[in-house]
Design a protein around this ligand. Sequence first.
Ligand SMILES: Nc1ncnc2c1ncn2[C@@H]1O[C@H](COP(=O)(O)OP(=O)(O)OP(=O)(O)O)[C@@H](O)[C@H]1O
Length: 278
Amino acid sequence: MKTLEQLRETWRRDQVFDFMLPTPEYDQVVDTSHGPILYVEDISVSFDGFKALNNLNLYVNDGELRCIIGPNGAGKTTMMDVITGKTQPDTGSVWFGQRINLLKQSEHSIARGGIGRKFQKPTIFEALSVFENLELASAGSKRVWSTLLHDLSSLQRDRIDEVLELIGLQELVRRDAGELSHGQKQWLEIGMLLMQNPRVLLVDEPVAGMTGEEVEKTAELLTSLAGKHSVIVVEHDMAFVRSIARTVTVLHQGSVLAEGSMDQVQNDPKVVEVYLGE
Ligand SMILES: Nc1ncnc2c1ncn2[C@@H]1O[C@H](COP(=O)(O)OP(=O)(O)OP(=O)(O)O)[C@@H](O)[C@H]1O
């Protein structure tokens, strides 16, 4: 009975999770020969006349780990919504590499085509094991039923092993996801995104609610992903940002206020005034 209920739950989730949808075929490969994997140019977004993003420009290099900080309401979430196709901007352009115009892609195409997004709250299948969660995330275009009922390919198994090692949950592979700690759930969800081999990972406030030890492990995980993936982390926890940051972008009132190393932005008088000095 438990299995049947789990399958029913999974079936419903099929309508919600991007990784269960078919992978789109972009007619262009992601071309990063000039360096950046993301070009966000002159983006403006208004809500009832209020400019949440105001001529925002952001360039993220292939393989980079970028931290985005800024006070509440600075436009961080809206920026991620634009990159992932959830919000269409009033003006501007967003390119994935030099050739893929993200503003012409649907939210699902973007998610399945190489830009993974981790929301703050983990959205894993609590009633399934760690392994089964990763297994489902590797489903690709296969339907959920067939994934649960058929054997995995050896390639998929290898990828699950690789991801388990990355997220440090090898010992808990048969444990129900619902029994994991908050931090472990967050890592599992990152692992589920990694099963899709995304080129870009957007991670929203990953360490909120974590213990000190979990924060440290998350820092290790995210820094280990950079290089193979481009990782964009939005976070308010300054100690955490300092521990992982290479380049930090500070948003304020929908635009980039400052960009540079953590030391550079922390000593920038504009940044101190609007944010860090608060
Ligand atoms: N759907 C919406 N309708 C109206 N206003 C919105 C909407 N979404 C965002 N805003 C406004 O746009 C501004 C930017 O919001 P956004 O959530 O992008 O900021 P943020 O930097 O992510 O803030 P936080 O750190 O608090 O999450 C805020 O003033 C917010 O109230």
